[in-house]
Design a protein around this ligand. Structure first.
Ligand SMILES: [Fe+2]
Length: 528
């Protein structure tokens, strides 16, 4: 970005900077809070508690959330004493912490797995900052973050990448290893940050514990295992993140209180509560997202000046159960199962839906982003041109809620809505038609679907730009791994599909496989 105030901050300098910053910080961070804690008793010392790295998230014009978790023994319950531990934090304008602009002390509590979420305020808009933590005599790695532009401020460009689906046993995080060298304002994670299953893979990165996780202790170990990855840590330390979840943070294909396969709702909600708790503990989220039992408010809106509103959606917690598959002869003439067309079904829940509709109708931003999980545009899955069929876990199983959004966009002339999507482990670009049947009609929105970071592992590659006669609104299909880098300007959105050669080796080259643009004022993408 043009206002970057420090030299390019590569993965190498970030990781290499830890030692130097640590040496500096011992004197800079000699606070009274720790001394007081030591004076009260003589508990065992905490050694190397920053095994899970640091992170920042949910940037505002005047602040950001800083995150870490103290876990000297991350794969065995954390290894912390069962007492609160003071954690000092600092924010500086320079990597060497010569100019500290905010600092303080918070307590890391055992009931939150000794995670800390510091909501820093009083910072300058659209400015790069560096942060670190200290617990007892131990200093954390240094993270870099960046605040959002001032509300409504004119800005020339925003660049972010979005990712999803990072199954740990399925591959190395070669995408993250490359992504840290990008020049990004923000990273958006669209879910499947962890997988709950017992898979072990073949790369020596098998899931811990070696069972499907169901308890708070086991979800914590699973999150910790993912966070021990050096490439993932570097990506968190390099940029602020905006996170939302999909299903595997709890259980495959769950829907609100409905488990799949079915378990009694009360029993499933108890599991959802511990999964949400562990998710919150490991993400740079604000207190407004702190869970209460099985409920956690994750949908929220982040604005970047007058250029873009990110509407971060939660398509799991409030949705109706997936429609049952129906036999071809019982399908509606449109190809949908009758249940999928039921007006009473919901993907977002009434409250989130109204919040989104109000936000879209009233947004002054140039680009309105729906950052969410499952494919939004309709997708005929029947290869026979004369037949249509539509899947149930995606928006195709929740036609009424999707139509309410599309109708609002059309009626209120909401310009430049763009959906970014994860979930399906493939890259796609779709023009979003105005309804669930007329795929040739002029689009009202654009959808960029991003592939998985690792999920699915290396596979036979297949990249297609030809028109699928069943889905003429589908412009691009591909199954590399990687992420999507988006550069937003006033007149155009450009999405670069960044792909790696392999996830089954620790390192891989990366390149841009394809780029698609959306011109402001005209829904739909074209290849550049
Ligand atoms: Fe996934």
């Amino acid at each position: 970005m043009s206002d970057r105030s420090s030299p390019h901050f590569s993965r190498r300098t970030l990781l290499g900077g830890v030692t130097g910053a640590a040496a500096l910080g011992v004197t800079a961070l000699g606070g009274s809070g720790l001394a007081a804690a030591r004076a009260s008793s003589s508990p065992p010392k905490v050694v190397d508690p920053f095994t899970l790295g640091v992170a920042s998230g949910d940037p505002l014009p005047d602040g950001v959330v800083l995150w870490t978790r103290l876990a000297p023994d991350p794969l065995n319950g954390g290894g912390m004493p069962t007492r609160p531990v003071p954690v000092q934090w600092q924010v500086a304008t320079d990597e060497r912490f010569a100019t500290i602009v905010r600092e303080g002390t918070v307590l890391a509590h055992p009931e939150s797995a000794h995670s800390v979420h510091v909501e820093v305020s009083g910072l300058q808009p659209r400015r790069e900052y560096f942060y670190r933590f200290r617990a007892e005599s131990e200093l954390s790695p240094v993270g870099r973050t960046k605040t959002a532009p001032a509300l409504g401020a004119p800005i020339d460009a925003v660049t972010f990448s979005f990712l999803s689906c990072q199954n740990f046993p399925a591959g190395y995080y070669t995408a993250y290893r490359n992504m840290v060298d990008e020049d990004l304002d923000l990273v958006i994670h669209l879910g499947d940050y962890i997988y709950e299953g017992p898979s072990q893979g073949t790369l020596g990165r098998g899931h811990l514990p070696e069972v499907e996780v169901r308890s708070l202790a086991d979800y914590r170990i699973r999150h910790a295992q993912y966070k021990t990855d050096a490439d993932l840590q570097a990506a968190h330390a390099a940029f602020p993140w905006l996170v939302t979840w999909d299903d595997h943070e709890v259980e495959n294909n769950y829907a609100d209180e409905e488990s799949d396969p079915d378990t009694p709702p009360a029993q499933f909600l108890a599991r959802r509560a511990v999964a949400y708790q562990a998710y919150y503990e490991h993400m740079p989220l604000r207190r407004s997202s702190m869970p209460t039992g099985p409920d956690m408010t994750l949908y929220r809106r982040i604005s970047y000046g007058e250029l873009v509103d990110f509407n971060v959606l939660d398509t799991r917690q409030y949705r109706s159960d997936q429609p049952r598959a129906c036999a071809p002869e019982t399908r509606d003439p449109s190809g949908y199962c009758a249940e999928a067309l039921d007006e009473g079904r919901t993907m977002l829940g009434a409250r989130q839906r109204q919040w989104l509709l109000d936000g879209l109708a009233n947004s002054p931003a140039r680009w309105k982003v729906l950052a969410q999980q499952v494919p939004f545009a309709p997708m005929d899955q029947d290869a026979d041109l004369a037949e249509r069929s539509f899947g149930g876990d995606k928006w195709d199983g929740y036609v009424a809620d999707r139509q309410r959004i599309l109708d609002l966009i059309a009626q209120r002339q909401v310009d430049n809505p763009v959906v970014i999507t994860g979930d399906v482990h493939v890259n796609r670009v779709c023009n979003v038609p105005p309804n669930f049947t007329d795929f040739d009609a002029a689009p009202v929105a654009t959808e960029f679907i991003g592939t998985s970071v690792t999920s699915g592992g290396d596979r036979t590659l297949n990249t297609r730009y030809d028109i699928d006669p069943n889905n003429p609104h589908l412009l691009f299909r591909d199954n590399h791994h990687g992420y999507v880098r988006c550069t937003l300007k006033h007149d155009q959105w450009v999405a670069d599909y960044r792909v790696v050669d392999t996830v089954e080796a620790p390192t891989s080259p990366i390149h841009t496989l394809a780029s698609f643009a959306v011109d402001s004022g005209k829904a739909g993408a074209h290849r550049t």
